[in-house]
Design a protein. Structure first.
Ligand code: HPA
Length: 235
């Protein structure tokens, strides 16, 4: 059984294995195989797919093709509440999906039979426990239970939108959690999602939107990847 990580393009520079293009029934995926570990570049090589144009079906179908049993997805987000401050990492425990125009199910009654898969328990407890353990081992605090709202992008949100999402109970905002996790869950693959905040969401920072960039961002991504790998090795 293989394990997998789906992450942003920066892991292309961290993973010391060649990325190649795999073809699935749903389209092409750029990924690297390293022993039992599969690394998928969510946005394809060199970040060519914007969040609303990612082929989420193909990425999930590749997990099925390699009979992946566990997957950790990682996501850069903006902070809406103090439960995840910029530069910090956290685990997603629930989501609000307001994306549109994205293919968001395998069970559409065309490619596969119609099915209404519950989304109550998408994030696996054992995997989440391992991520928390791995963070604690590294003396890193991790926020254990965040609600992620997925906006369609690629534009950022307005200030009023962020006020509304906060009132709905969202802690962090990003553009890639859905339909990625719905699809993986539909396939019955155990998963958990780690997010790391690179900015305060619209209207929450007096200076406007300012992103964590450069070396601090690279370090944050490297430590998220390190935690994810360690967690998967222990499940
Ligand atoms: N909004 C949406 N997606 C994001 C943000 C944001 O503020 N930061 C990182 N991804």
């Amino acid at each position: 059984m293989k394990k997998a990580i789906i992450a942003g393009t920066s892991i292309e520079d961290i993973i010391d294995k060649p990325f190649k293009t795999y073809t699935t029934d749903y389209g092409d995926v750029d990924a690297a195989l390293d022993g039992d570990f599969l690394f998928i570049l969510r946005h394809r090589s060199s970040h060519t797919a914007a969040p609303h144009l990612i082929n989420y079906l193909a990425n999930a179908a590749l997990l099925e093709h390699f009979e992946v049993s566990e997957v950790i997805t990682t996501h850069a987000v903006g902070s809406i509440t103090e439960r995840l401050l910029p530069t910090k990492i956290g685990l997603v425990s629930d989501f609000i999906d307001i994306t549109y125009g994205r293919a968001s199910t395998f069970f559409d009654g065309i490619m596969r039979p119609l099915k209404h898969v519950p989304m109550n328990d998408v994030f696996d407890d054992e995997l989440r426990f391992q991520v928390i353990r791995s963070s604690v081992d590294r003396n890193l605090r991790i926020s254990p239970a965040l609600t992620y709202i997925t906006t369609n992008g690629p534009r950022l949100e307005s200030k009023a939108e962020i006020r509304a999402y906060r009132a709905w109970g969202a802690d962090v905002v990003g553009m890639t959690l859905n339909p990625e996790v719905n699809l993986i869950h539909e396939l019955g693959i155990r998963l958990c999602s780690i997010c790391f905040s690179i900015n305060w969401a619209a209207g929450l920072d007096e200076e406007g939107i300012s992103f964590i960039e450069g070396e601090s961002r690279r370090k944050l991504i490297a430590s998220v990847l390190d935690i994810a790998l360690d967690a998967l090795k222990n499940t």
